[in-house]
Design a protein around this ligand. Structure first.
Ligand SMILES: Nc1ncnc2c1ncn2[C@@H]1O[C@H](COP(=O)(O)OP(=O)(O)O)[C@@H](O)[C@H]1O
Ligand SMILES: [Mg+2]
Length: 254
């Protein structure tokens, strides 16, 4: 079997927020082409970890290598150039209400490329059809269901043909069927477009549906990293309590 290529390497990452170590010496590698899921309870540092990877936050110590390049050693302009190869599908980066779906997807292309309006139009239509929204180009976000808005957000995340896509709780607030649709879309897009996908979620069904590998984050540290099978069969009581949603165990609810 060929050696796995590392897309992103996180090394000894520590982030202090509000005087607390929200990330405590976190290290792991993400392989090219995989769906890497970061799971863990609320407030344990998942979003902070993602935001350090995307460059939205700068860690207090540690390294983030993207294709072997140390992101923190780059100039701001260089880092921004690298970040254009990242797509983001965050809860907070919702669609702009005053733009229709097609205009929302076009936005990164208008802002960051010199492509002609005609080409941008073709690309955004293509991205919308990839997420199953052909025919809805002229709809405004308020006219779409929650699941369709998520899909439109995904179309926007892949507008610039990213290498890596980050998702923060992509299925939050969706009913189980729509949740399955979004999960399937993440799987399809990752495989078809040969993306590397990094997904933060605490939805256990999603975790075991989409993950190639899973990292369990607990109190700012990585408890365990493994495949679905390895995590299912984990002997770590924190991991077991979390995936089974048990009341009794080392995870204290405060
Ligand atoms: N800007 C901030 N200032 C102070 N504390 C923060 C800030 N952002 C996040 N935190 C704290 O860091 C911890 C981890 O937050 P977060 O990464 O959002 O967790 P998760 O995404 O796993 O729910 C939480 O306790 C949160 O309150
Ligand atoms: Mg979060």
């Amino acid at each position: 079997m060929p050696e796995k290529e590392i897309a992103i390497s996180i090394q000894n990452l520590t982030k202090i927020l509000g005087g607390r170590k929200v990330l405590d010496n976190v290290s792991f590698d993400i392989y090219r082409g995989e769906i890497f899921v970061i799971m863990g309870g609320s407030g344990h540092g998942k979003s902070t970890l993602l935001r350090n990877m995307t460059g939205a936050l700068i860690p207090d110590s540690g390294k983030i290598l993207f294709n072997g390049q140390d992101l923190l050693k780059l100039s701001v302009a260089e880092r921004e150039r690298v970040q254009r190869r990242f797509g983001m599908s965050f809860q907070s980066s919702a669609l702009l209400d005053f733009l229709n779906v097609e205009e929302n997807v076009s936005l990164p292309l208008v802002e960051h490329t010199k492509l002609s309006p005609k080409v941008i139009d073709i690309i955004s239509k293509m991205k919308l059809s990839l997420v199953g929204l052909q025919g809805f180009e002229k709809y405004y976000p308020s006219e779409l269901s929650g699941g369709m808005r998520k899909r439109a957000g995904l179309a926007r995340a892949i507008a610039m043909d990213p290498e890596v896509v980050f998702y923060d709780e992509p299925t939050a607030g969706l009913d189980p069927v729509v949740c399955a649709v979004v999960d399937q879309l993440i799987l399809d897009l990752t495989r078809k477009l040969k993306l590397t996908s990094i997904v933060v979620t605490h939805n256990m069904e999603s975790v075991f549906r989409i993950a190639d590998r899973i990292a369990m984050v607990f109190k700012g540290k990585v408890e365990q990293i493994g495949t679905r099978e390895e995590i299912r069969n984990s002997k770590n009581p924190i991991v077991q309590q979390f995936i089974k949603g048990e009341l009794e165990g080392p995870i204290q609810i405060t």
